[in-house]
Design a protein around this ligand. Structure first.
Ligand code: CP
Length: 308
């Protein structure tokens, strides 16, 4: 396997072999719940310039699962607030001996200065509209677990594709791993770089796919006037998933969502409580996949009691 990257900014940074290795170790860790050793050298810091529940706390739990210490790095209380650059901050953290830094930022270009040689392993936990590579990797693990051969299934990515960093990583990952997919959603939110079939409404999406991957409307990333109530109602009618819409079809696809779900918009409460909804499987797998990633990226951890 080629050397694992020291900066994970994009799905483009990983080879197919590295992705297979990540997923394989994640399953191994998931099936070996008592891991050690707790005294392992290294710590993982999470610097989040935007809010998060799933990503931040799954990274902290993942560190703990490997016997590392995971700590929040509250950016507003750090010397960044005194004007210190992020580059200097990284060097200080490296010389303190931390194992890795996980960053969420609204800035799509945030990682650019560190592409050549980051002082310590650096992981993109979402950068603006650009990418959210670890969410896509968590999802791939979940697809493999629930659908065994996702390459033989068709996924439909539904909603605000253009403004979604999850969508940008996921479509790269699906293409890289040979997983067929289509899209559905309003014209203005399509990604014109994708040469895949497009469903005109949620009924076509349900008929044409084995799994729906729903996206939150990224209102905070829209330019122009805010979405009005008529446009929202039209979106819900055309692309919202409800239990009654699902019941109108003989087949019922699995339903994935990276969270947080806007209940009553992309998915109603009844559909969310059904067997079809697998969002909590994604959350459960997130700690194992991220533990696998940390084990691949932190040199001191690579040689732990796991097959790497
Ligand atoms: N999926 C995801 O990124 O969720 P959070 O914003 O809660 O981290």
């Amino acid at each position: 396997m080629t050397e694992f990257p020291k900066l994970l900014e994009s799905i483009d940074d990983l080879t197919s072999q590295q992705i297979h290795s990540l997923i394989s170790l994640a399953f191994h860790l998931k099936s070996s719940p008592s891991l050690g050793p707790p005294e392992r050298n290294g710590s993982v810091l999470a610097a989040f310039f935007e809010n998060s529940t799933r990503t931040k706390y799954s990274f902290l739990k993942a560190a703990w699962q490997l016997g590392l210490q995971g700590s929040d790095f509250p950016v507003e209380k750090s010397s960044l607030a005194k004007g210190e650059s992020f580059g200097e901050t990284l060097k200080a953290l490296y010389h303190q001996g931390h194992g890795a830094l996980v960053v969420r930022t609204p800035d799509e270009n945030f990682f650019r200065p560190f592409r050549e040689s980051p002082p310590l392993p650096l992981i993109n936990a979402g950068n603006g509209m650009a990418e959210h590579p670890t969410q896509a990797l968590v999802d791939l693990m979940t697809f493999q677990e629930l659908m065994s051969s996702p390459q033989e299934k068709t996924f439909c990515l539904v909603g605000d594709i253009k403004h979604s960093r999850v969508a940008h990583s996921l479509t790269k990952l699906w293409a890289k791993m040979g997983i067929p997919f289509m899209t559905a959603g309003p014209r203005d939110w399509r990604d014109d770089s994708l040469d895949v079939p497009h469903a005109l409404d949620i009924h076509e999406a349900i008929e044409g796919s084995d799994a729906l991957y729903l996206l939150r409307i990224q209102l905070e990333r829209h330019s122009g006037p805010p979405m009005n109530s008529e446009a929202l109602a039209q979106y819900i009618q055309d692309f919202g998933v409800t239990a009654s819409k699902l019941a109108a079809h003989k087949k019922c696809p699995l339903i994935f969502h990276p969270g947080p779900v806007q209940k009553g918009v992309e998915l109603d409460g009844e559909a969310m409580n059904s067997q079809a909804y697998r969002g909590y499987d994604q959350v459960r797998n997130s700690t194992w996949l991220r533990a696998s990633l940390l084990a691949h990226m932190i040199p001191e951890v690579r040689h732990g009691p796991w097959p790497l």
